[in-house]
Ligand binder design. Structure first.
Ligand SMILES: [Zn+2]
Length: 273
């Protein structure tokens, strides 16, 4: 059985991007470790969700542990940098934030945390961190340097399939009047625009792996729901029908940076291959 490390930037990233794969791996007996760079202190809490005096970072830590337990994660570790916030915000200059971290120093924190583990496969983000968030970009950089230094053979970049998303959004927008999704119309317009600009995810042609996680879709939904402070019960993610949820979230996309997929070659269905 293999040890697979998922390196994420904030609590909830594991839920939205790799929860199905994590649940599937753990169900087949693999050792799944979740490493998180920050506690997401700069996120925007859903109004009214924090208890009196509760700090967002504490709440998000709790939510992450709950999500990790649902997914069968064996170990959760925090690198304990501060959330850098969005690219143009002043929080990116905080000397404690992950964006400002010295790469070597971050790698040595990682090394220390995971001493004694033999990492067979490491999952990080693509070079643009999926959508350009500084902490996600930094996960890519730190994870890459770490894997070079300790010689991890197998790396996968979790990414979004921009082309598939564009198609799903177009479909959802057509169906909006009938599905009670009227409130998310604008949100979808924005997402579609970003997909068209190519400012997030990867083009389908760059993607090597498509992991079908439909058998674990309930766990993925529960994992997303565990992040109550970030994901409103009324959000697009949780309001769509089970069928739509499965269409959007039932496949998780990865890139093996050492491989290219030829035009007519199918995606690989097993993360280890
Ligand atoms: Zn994030």
């Amino acid at each position: 059985m293999a040890t697979v490390v998922f390196f994420h930037a904030h609590p909830d990233d594991e839920a939205l991007s790799t929860a199905g794969t994590m649940a599937a791996l753990s169900a087949s007996g693999h050792r799944v470790i979740l490493l998180v760079a920050t506690r997401g202190e700069e996120g925007e809490p859903v109004p009214g969700v924090l208890r009196e005096g509760e700090l967002l970072g504490e709440r998000r830590t709790e939510e992450l542990i709950k999500s990790a337990n649902l997914l069968g994660v064996e170990r959760v570790e925090f690198l304990d940098y501060r959330d850098s916030g969005m690219m143009d915000s002043p929080t990116t200059s905080n000397p404690e934030c992950f964006w400002k971290a010295d790469l070597e120093e971050a790698v040595s924190r990682l090394d220390q945390l995971l001493q004694g583990e033999t990492v067979d496969l490491l999952v990080i983000y693509d070079p643009n961190g999926g959508y350009g968030h500084p902490d996600h970009i930094q996960v890519h950089r730190v994870g890459t340097l770490w894997s070079d230094q300790i010689g991890i053979e197998e790396i996968r970049w979790t990414t979004l399939n921009r082309d598939a998303i564009k198609k799903t959004i177009e479909l959802a927008m057509r169906e909006t009047p009938d599905t009670g999704l009227a409130g998310v119309g604008e949100d979808l317009e924005e997402r579609k625009k970003r997909a068209e600009e190519g400012s997030f995810g990867s083009a389908e042609s760059e993607i090597t792996h498509a992991i079908d996680v439909s058998d674990f879709i309930d766990k993925k939904k529960d994992s997303i729901s565990a992040h109550q402070s970030q994901i409103d019960e009324d959000s697009f993610f949780l309001k769509i029908s089970d069928e739509q949820f499965s269409a959007v979230f039932g496949t998780e996309w990865f890139i093996n940076p050492k491989e290219t997929r030829k035009d007519n070659e199918p995606f690989k269905a097993n993360l280890f291959n």
